[in-house]
Ligand binder design. Structure first.
Ligand code: TRP
Length: 361
């Protein structure tokens, strides 16, 4: 059997360039490699509700935004199945059986959960739905029998928990579930793109993101305002490239071809960095180059978005059809799970025959 990919995002806001280099770009490459039998891309609305249950409008409004971002980034509904988590009831049924294999203390030790509990001030009263979302994520992955899960490093603990659940389930009930592997971004800069303010992470609440849906003017303005090396005051001063978001973005986006095309004074990023560190290179020039490089990526995305925005009903149809296909697969896996767990009473004529015999009829 061919390889299967599953990954997804919570619909809590538009996707930004951190999402793009952290996972979207790779998904599109994997999709176009033709090496995978199936690719599932999930809009994780039920997971988003675990910490936004009091704000369902936010989740509802962002489903279309995320779908538009996916399609404009190059995910092709002919090749990738894009679907909505909450519309597949089989997922919730599977999750309830996996819960038997997970302890509360194990969930509390999950590093992602631990830091999210702190961030949200849940320490004294943790909603069960929130605490158990890693179990539901294990279902997301296994219901589609995914071998490969391309995600950012913040999802590593989720994959670890999923693998534990798969291992336990298979040891107790026999080989049923597929053991998934994580696929992390291959470039350090792509692991976690900082915000334009130099903050550790791009985050909507910090207002430091460049969104895929930003206009050319918005992107230009954001790049102009970007934090660089605060000690690089005059052009002649030596500058720091390490931890300098402008250079981190270049690491994530700039290729040697970009240099050949837009800034042939340098053959590659190493040469540019060396000059900046020596001194004599101003931020404005580097930012202009970054703007060109980013536009090379963002312009085609913007153009595709504009096309899809003209046919929103069509985008909802894509989601509906994707969800229908995904549900078929989840239902198959649920049947396998129930079979393995011996709770398939009405699909097992032998069981009836054996009990008939036991009672002499
Ligand atoms: N937890 C992921 C996020 O916050 C979203 C997600 C839900 C996911 N289910 C998944 C990712 C399954 C990969 C596989 O972005």
């Amino acid at each position: 059997m061919g390889k299967i990919i599953l990954t997804g995002d919570r619909p809590t806001g538009r996707l930004h360039i951190g999402h793009y280099v952290g996972s979207l770009r790779r998904r599109v490459e994997l999709q176009n490699s033709g090496e995978f039998e199936k690719i599932f891309i999930m809009i994780a609305d039920a997971q988003a509700l675990t910490d936004n249950f009091d704000n369902p409008e936010k989740v509802r409004e962002n489903i279309i935004e995320v779908a538009l971002d996916y399609l404009s980034a190059g995910l092709d509904p002919e090749k990738s199945t894009i679907f909505i988590q909450s519309q597949i009831p089989e997922l919730f049924e599977i999750t309830s059986y996996y819960m038997n294999f997970v302890t509360v203390s194990r969930l509390q030790r999950n590093p992602t959960i631990k830091s999210e509990i702190q961030m949200r001030g849940f320490e004294t009263s943790i909603p069960v739905g929130f605490l158990s979302y890693p179990v539901s994520q294990a279902t997301d992955i296994t219901a589609f029998r995914a071998n490969l899960v391309p995600v950012g490093e913040d999802q590593e603990p989720m994959l670890e928990q999923t693998r534990e659940i798969v291992h336990k389930f298979n040891s107790v009930y026999g080989e049923t579930l597929v053991m998934p592997e994580i696929m992390l971004p291959d470039n350090q800069a792509c692991m976690r793109l900082p915000g334009i303010d130099g903050g550790a992470k791009m985050s909507k609440s910090l207002n430091n993101c460049i969104y895929l849906a930003d206009t050319k003017e918005e992107v230009q303005k954001k790049i102009r305002s970007m934090f660089t090396d605060p000690n690089h005051l005059r052009v002649e001063d030596p500058g720091r490239t390490e931890g300098n978001p402008v250079f981190i973005y270049l690491e994530a986006f700039a290729t040697d071809e970009h240099f050949a095309k837009y800034w042939p004074d340098y053959a590659n990023l190493d040469e540019l960095k060396a000059h900046y560190e020596r001194g004599g290179l101003g931020d404005v020039k580097v930012k202009k180059f970054l703007n060109r490089v980013l536009e090379d990526t963002l312009e085609p995305i913007r153009a595709r978005r504009a096309e899809y925005e003209k046919d929103i009903a069509g985008v909802y149809d894509i989601l509906k059809e994707g969800t229908r296909k995904a549900r078929e697969m989840a239902a198959e896996t649920l049947a396998m799970v129930k079979g393995a767990m011996k709770i398939d009473y009405f699909n097992d004529p032998e069981l009836v025959a054996r009990h008939q015999e036991k009672y002499g009829n």
